[in-house]
Design a binder for this molecule. Structure first.
Ligand code: UDP
Ligand code: MG
Length: 314
C-alpha cells in the first residue's frame, strides 16, 4: 500500500539485513513522522537469502512502506537505482539499511533541500570499520582522482538527498556498470554537504568482501575514464623510441668499425629488433584502444549535457 503524493521518498537497499532491519525501521519511522510531511519508504530487497523479505513485508502493512524485491542479488548500486526509479517524492533520500547512516540527520537534509539545494551529500567525519577497508578506500580514491583527473571525496557517502528534477535525470542514465554517487556528482549540481559521524552496523556484517569492493573500484574507474586504454599506447611509444635510439647507435657503430667498443653480437641486434616490434605492437593496441574509448562513450549513452532548470531562464 502507498500514500498518494509523498513529499519525501526514502530509498533503502537491503541485502541480508534481517538481524538489524527492525531496529533501523523503527528509528527511521520515528524520524520521518517527526517531519510532518507525507513520506514513503521504499525498501529494495536485493536478493536476500535470510528473513529480510518477510520482515519487510510486515513493514509494508502500513501505508507508508513499499517493498521492491529483486529476483536475486544485483549489488547495492543496482538496488539503489531500482529504488530511485520507483520513488515518487519531490525529494528522494537514499540511506543504507544497516544503521550506519544516522537517521537523525535526515531532518537536516530536508531543511537544506527546502532552502533550495538540489543535491545534499552526507559526509562522514568519523569512520568505523576495519582499518584495511578505510586504508583501501583512501588508496582507491587517491589513485582514482590522480589517474583520472577527478575530484571524488573519499568521505562523501551514498547517504544523500536529491531533488525530483535530479532523480528524473538520473532515471535517464542507462549504463549498466554504475556507481550512484559518482553519477550524481557527474551531473555537476552544487552540493550542500552535511557532516555526520558514522554508526556501527546495527547487526550482521557487511556483505561487501574485498573482492566486491575491488570490482566496484574497477567499475568506477572504467565508467568514468578511458585513460587506462591509453596506457598501452604510451608504453609502446616509449619502448619504440628507446629501441630506435639504441638501434641507430648500434648500426652506426657497426659501420664505423666499433669506435665505442660495443662488440655487439648478432643476438644483441636481434634483441633490439624484438624490442622495437614490441613497441610497435603496443602502439597498435593503443590505437584500438582509442576506437574502443569512443565506442565506450557512445554505448554509455549518457546525455551530452545536463541543464540546470532552476537557474536557466528559458
Ligand atoms: N546492500 C545491497 N546489496 C548488496 C550489498 C549491500 O543492497 O549486494 C545493502 C546493504 O544491505 C546495506 C547497504 O547496501 O543496506 C550498504 O551495504 P554495506 O553496509 O555492506 O556497505 P558499506 O557500509 O560497507 O559501504
Ligand atoms: Mg554498511
Amino acid at each position: 500500500m502507498s500514500v498518494d503524493k509523498p513529499q519525501l521518498s526514502v530509498v533503502v537497499p537491503v541485502h541480508n539485513e534481517a538481524a538489524g532491519i527492525a531496529v533501523f525501521h523503527k528509528q527511521l519511522l520515528a524520524v520521518l513522522e517527526g517531519l510532518h510531511t507525507p513520506f514513503e519508504v521504499i525498501y529494495v530487497d536485493d536478493g536476500s537469502t535470510d528473513r529480510t523479505a518477510t520482515l519487510l513485508h510486515d513493514f509494508a502493512k502500513t501505508q507508508t512502506v513499499r517493498v521492491l524485491c529483486l529476483t536475486r542479488n544485483f549489488g547495492k548500486e543496482i538496488a539503489l537505482t531500482a529504488g530511485l526509479h520507483e520513488a515518487r517524492g519531490a525529494a528522494v533520500i537514499m540511506i543504507d539499511g544497516d544503521g550506519q547512516h544516522p537517521v537523525e540527520v535526515i531532518p537536516e537534509f530536508v531543511a537544506a533541500w527546502q532552502q533550495g539545494a538540489l543535491v545534499v551529500v552526507g559526509r562522514r567525519t568519523k569512520r568505523r570499520g576495519a582499518l584495511t577497508k578505510r586504508a583501501g578506500s583512501k588508496l582507491f580514491y587517491g589513485l582514482f582522482n590522480r589517474a583520472l583527473g577527478l575530484h571524488a571525496d573519499p568521505d562523501s557517502s551514498d547517504f544523500r538527498l536529491i531533488d525530483r528534477s535530479v532523480c528524473d535525470q538520473f532515471k535517464e542514465l542507462s549504463e549498466h556498470n554504475r556507481m550512484t554517487r559518482s553519477l550524481i556528482d557527474w551531473f555537476g549540481y552544487d552540493r550542500v554537504t552535511i557532516s555526520y559521524s558514522e554508526h556501527t552496523r546495527v547487526a550482521g556484517s557487511s556483505p561487501y568482501t574485498l573482492g566486491k569492493l575491488m570490482k566496484l573500484a574497477v567499475d568506477g574507474a572504467i565508467s568514468h575514464s578511458t585513460s587506462p586504454l591509453y596506457i598501452a599506447a604510451y608504453a609502446g611509444a616509449g619502448i619504440m623510441a628507446f629501441a630506435s635510439l639504441v638501434g641507430v647507435v648500434m648500426t652506426g657503430n657497426y659501420f664505423l668499425n666499433d669506435p665505442i667498443g660495443l662488440h655487439a653480437t648478432a643476438s644483441a641486434y636481434g634483441l633490439v629488433l624484438v624490442l622495437f616490434l614490441i613497441g610497435l605492437l603496443l602502439i597498435s593496441q593503443g590505437i584500438i584502444g582509442l576506437y574502443l574509448s569512443h565506442i565506450h562513450a557512445e554505448t554509455q549513452n549518457r546525455p551530452l549535457y545536463v541543464v540546470d532548470k532552476k537557474r536557466s531562464r528559458l
